[in-house]
Write a protein that binds this ligand. Structure first.
Ligand SMILES: Nc1ncnc2c1ncn2[C@@H]1O[C@H](COP(=O)(O)OP(=O)(O)OP(=O)(O)O)[C@@H](O)[C@H]1O
Length: 315
């Protein structure tokens, strides 16, 4: 559905050159839900704007929804949906009129546009607000309206730029449910996000971008197990003895003792834990608490770039 090779974009501002995207390769298969994760300024929106024909690449090439990005941008535009950051819908019109107008813009007849809008309003739980003006909708409802507008023409491929930015936690998880519904109905989705939980909860596959380059790629689980390993942590009154035993766990690394706490990483904490507990018990080590923590996507980012995604986003 997307095949991009060496896609790059430079900007020149006030005599300076910014390499916003430095030659990325992107492959997305039909039916996938792929997340493009990275901190602010990493190059996510620039990549998305190139793939949606809004910005000309400085270098590289891409096939998007079966059309060549450079030689057939109109073909690309016909086959994709794009929901930009922030809400694009106007505030004055009735919600349903806006949606029908958008459908007409895509070339649907008035009846078809109305039928499709009604269907999407049902699916995205907007039917109760169809008669309201868009300005009276909540943030989450507006985002759902934006998404409905982006898929009125039934595109094969939908691009979402930071879909849940600015929403409260409840509206975010509600929106994720709706994005999943669209995905399950067959739409291929490529979204950008700088939220780890969003990428983790929603995406089949994640590409991590930093400073305009892809630094990691894979399913959320494979990325986590590749670079970090589970963190096993326990508290005991005899940490020195416990640490000696922990050091014998097959594949244990990054072993640290801090006060009464012993910590180490191992690729599968859950399967190593029973034999470790037996060994500690045999050595009469009494445990006060035990924890196994799966690695997070932030551990992945930290390992790949040397800084946490949260710090990078605030920079
Ligand atoms: N029109 C422009 N002129 C100059 N520099 C630009 C322009 N657009 C983007 N940039 C720069 O390119 C880099 C990548 O920006 P981009 O908006 O793609 O990042 P992003 O990952 O989408 O960030 P955010 O999460 O904040 O939207 C940044 O350094 C940005 O300042």
């Amino acid at each position: 559905m997307i095949k991009a090779r060496g896609l790059a974009r430079q900007f020149r501002t006030r005599g300076q050159t910014v390499d916003a995207v430095q030659g990325v390769d992107i492959d997305v298969a039909p039916g996938e839900l792929v997340g493009f994760l990275g901190p602010n300024g990493a190059g996510k929106s620039t990549t998305l704007r190139m793939l949606t024909t809004l910005l000309k690449p400085t270098a590289g090439e891409a096939q998007v929804a079966g059309c060549d990005l450079l030689t057939d941008p109109a073909g690309v535009r016909k086959r994709i949906g794009y929901v930009a950051q922030g809400h694009g819908s106007g505030d004055e019109q009735k919600v349903i009129d806006e949606a029908v107008l958008q459908g007409r813009f895509y070339g649907l007849s008035a009846a078809e546009a109305r039928r499709r809008a009604d269907e999407l309003f049902e699916r995205l739980e907007l039917a109760d607000f169809a008669g309201r003006v868009a300005g009276a909708l909540s943030g989450g409802q507006k985002r759902r309206l934006d998404i409905a507008m982006g898929v009125l023409h039934e595109p094969e491929l939908l691009f979402l730029d930071e879909p849940s930015a600015g929403l409260d936690p409840q509206s975010r998880s509600n929106l994720w449910g709706h994005i999943r519904t669209l995905h399950q109905a067959g739409t291929t989705i490529f979204l950008t996000t700088h939220y780890l939980d969003e990428a983790d909860a929603l995406c089949d596959r994640i590409m991590v971008i930093d400073h305009g380059k892809i630094v990691a790629e894979g399913t959320p689980d494979s990325l986590k197990s590749q670079v970090a390993g589970d963190l096993v942590q326990f508290e005991t009154d005899t940490p020195a003895v416990a640490a000696e035993i922990a050091a014998k766990v097959d594949g244990a690394k990054e072993l640290h003792v801090e006060g009464n706490t012993v910590r180490f990483r191992v690729s599968r904490g859950d399967t190593e834990l029973p034999s470790l507990l037996r060994a500690l018990d045999q050595a009469d080590v009494a445990l006060l608490s035990v924890q196994v923590q799966r690695p997070t996507l932030d551990d992945v980012f930290l390992t790949m770039t040397g800084r946490s995604l949260r710090e990078a986003s605030n920079a």
